[in-house]
Design a protein around this ligand. Structure first.
Ligand SMILES: C[C@@]1(CC(=O)O)C2=NC(=C\c3[nH]c(c(CCC(=O)O)c3CC(=O)O)Cc3[nH]c(c(CC(=O)O)c3CCC(=O)O)/C=C3\N/C(=C\2)[C@@H](CCC(=O)O)[C@]3(C)CC(=O)O)/[C@H]1CCC(=O)O
Ligand SMILES: NC(=O)c1ccc[n+]([C@@H]2O[C@H](COP(=O)([O-])OP(=O)(O)OC[C@H]3O[C@@H](n4cnc5c(N)ncnc54)[C@H](O)[C@@H]3O)[C@@H](O)[C@H]2O)c1
Length: 188
């Protein structure tokens, strides 16, 4: 499958996560970098996930999935160990305006989650379009080692230049040259 890589502003979107295991927890940890407007519905919750819910003051409803929980939801992540339930939820949502992600059925997904690094304002995402998530994770770790520790101060300098200099070709050339020089100095 081919997915468009985009960066979504989800601050004003309501997200429902169904499931309380390791996979649901990992996905919530990814979302938490960008929003804490997250409701979790699960019959059970694992210990680490419960700690995250308490730490970030998230809403947790200890319950079986029910379609009433879809009301006013914009984004849905389903990570339950019940494949039939995933199929049933897909049927219920496919005609609704909800962006969905299913942990076992890539073909049902409106979006998939990448493996990503976020170092302040630098975000690097790796996806294999669903073909090899384990590779995405390992390749992310490899790229992570290439990112210099001073990346944030470099990006701040770049932003200062972008906001203080007048728009136009001169500014574009200067910023391009600075970015190229910075990258050339990376240790191979
Ligand atoms: C990147 C990451 C993001 C995240 O989840 O946050 C992510 N999976 C991660 C890890 C991981 N997932 C799996 C393994 C075991 C090894 C393996 O199977 O490869 C490992 C490795 C591990 O756990 O070490 C198994 C697995 N994954 C999917 C299925 C269902 C299927 O294939 O049908 C099964 C089989 C279940 C089974 O066999 O029972 C499906 C999806 N997993 C995706 C994302 C989407 C595609 C991403 C891409 O473009 O590649 C997609 C399509 C949908 C989605 O989940 O959004 C996260 C790394 C985060 C990090 O950086 O740490
Ligand atoms: N997409 C991925 O990256 C990926 C990676 C590994 C595994 N998986 C798949 O994801 C699924 C979940 O994996 P896991 O390790 O988190 O499983 P898990 O067994 O740890 O957790 C499953 C959770 O689903 C909840 N649940 C089950 N039925 C429910 C219901 N009717 N209503 C509400 N909650 C319900 C359980 O209470 C539990 O908290 C599995 O089917 C697995 O094959 C996906």
């Amino acid at each position: 499958m081919n997915y468009l890589p985009i960066f979504l502003n989800i601050k004003n979107k309501k997200t429902l996560v169904v499931g309380g295991g390791e996979v649901a927890h990992r996905k919530v940890l990814s979302l938490l970098e960008f929003t804490n407007d997250i409701v979790i519905v699960s019959s059970q919750i694992n210990f680490e996930f419960k700690n995250t819910i308490d730490k970030y003051n998230l809403s947790y409803l200890q319950d079986n999935y029910n379609s009433k929980y879809l009301e006013k939801i914009d984004i849905l992540i389903v990570a339950v160990d019940d494949l039939q339930l995933q199929k049933d939820i897909y049927k219920e949502t496919k005609d609704k305006k909800i962006m969905c992600n299913f942990s076992d059925f890539e073909e049902y997904c409106d979006f998939i989650l990448p493996s990503y690094i976020k170092k302040d304002n630098l975000v690097v995402c790796v996806s294999t379009m669903g073909s090899a998530p384990a590779f995405a994770k390992e390749f992310k770790k490899y790229i992570e080692k290439l990112i210099p520790n001073d990346i944030d101060s470099f990006l701040k300098q770049m932003k200062d230049l972008r906001t203080s200099l007048p728009k136009g070709k001169k500014r574009m050339d200067l910023l391009r040259q600075k970015a190229q020089k910075y990258i050339q100095n990376f240790k191979q």
